[in-house]
Design a protein around this ligand. Structure first.
Ligand code: BDR
Ligand code: CA
Length: 310
């Protein structure tokens, strides 16, 4: 089996951390690097969190820090969801190793240009690092197979504003660059991630596995689910793991190709992913939008990923 070379760009974040758990347990993926952006918390915190999670997994891929703020705006964080550390809940030791000295976009450029097989990007935070990469080194686009991102929403409304999902809202200009790049995009937005729930009984079956990784995942979900339970979710929405699963197990998803554009200047709609859902539209699709998921199979995939480290 030929593995799919991927770069994960994240802002951990509880669900980013679980996306890393899933990705490193998935034999189909060859993770070339983990790059980090500011998003759920400041860059210093998301970088520390990424390294802590990788340490817990016993993995040490190349790691590079990226942007500490969006391309043209100030950083907005999500401490309400992810806590002061960005990864509140589990008590994870600081890793004894350092990230690479080069910025995320330079590491990504080198990996993409040197790869014999086209690389897949999996961004699970604001798209700033990819926006900078495409602006500074547009030649990389030729050797990118696909971008499988978590962000946006075409019919489910927003979560950080009435119109916009957090990752797109934080850096809409970067998202605009990515969505107009011509690189094929798979979008796991709120339409599907709000269905990708881990239910309380599934959380308990993860906890029962024991070992440092299942314990970390269970403690992450314990903290993260409190916020979502208060909003009425019957389980914890696994936003970012969807972007990994859409590469490793696309058969779990129902997707539809659409034209999706980013609103960057709206009075009320900045960060909206405006999808042309007209059946008679002749707009050329740029995104495969995930609309539904085989939730039980997705939950089984996540639980078996946790077992992988057991
Ligand atoms: C996205 O926002 C962040 O809080 C999560 O990590 C996820 O990437 C969901 O809107
Ligand atoms: Ca994220």
């Amino acid at each position: 089996m030929q593995k799919i070379p991927v770069i994960i760009d994240c802002d951990p974040g509880h669900d980013d951390a679980i996306a890393l758990v899933l990705a490193f347990a998935t034999e189909k993926l060859d993770i070339k690097a983990v790059t980090v952006t500011g998003g759920n918390q400041t860059l210093a915190k998301t970088l520390r969190n990424a390294k802590k999670v990788l340490c817990c997994l016993g993995k040490q891929p190349p790691v590079a820090a990226g942007a500490d703020k969006p391309m043209f705006r100030d950083l907005e964080i999500a401490a309400e969801v992810h806590g002061e550390s960005g990864l509140d809940g589990p008590n994870l030791p600081d890793p004894p190793w350092e990230e690479l000295p080069m910025p995320a976009w330079e590491l990504s450029r080198d990996i993409i240009l040197q790869s014999r097989q086209p690389v897949t990007l999996i961004p699970t935070g604001p798209l700033t690092n990819i926006g900078i990469l495409f602006t500074a080194y547009p030649e990389v686009k030729r050797n990118i197979a696909r971008i499988s991102l978590m962000g946006g929403s075409v019919m489910a409304g927003g979560n950080w504003s009435a119109a916009a999902e957090f990752n797109i809202l934080v850096d809409p200009e970067a998202a605009d660059i990515v969505f107009r790049s011509g690189v094929p995009i798979t979008m796991s937005g709120l339409d599907v991630t709000h269905k990708a729930l881990i239910l309380p009984e599934e959380l308990e079956s993860i906890r029962a596995l024991q070992g440092p990784v299942p314990r970390m995942v269970a403690e992450l979900i314990d903290f993260y689910y409190k916020y979502h339970a208060a909003q009425g979710f019957p389980g914890a929405p696994m936003h970012d793991p969807c972007a990994v699963a859409a590469v490793a197990a696309p058969e779990l998803f129902t997707m539809r190709d659409m034209r999706v554009d980013i609103e960057t200047k709206g009075a009320h709609t900045t960060g909206m992913t405006l999808a042309d859902i007209r059946s008679w539209s002749d707009a050329k699709p740029n995104v495969s939008v995930c609309l539904d998921i085989d939730r039980p199979a997705f939950a089984r995939m996540l639980i078996s990923a946790c077992k992988n480290y057991h």
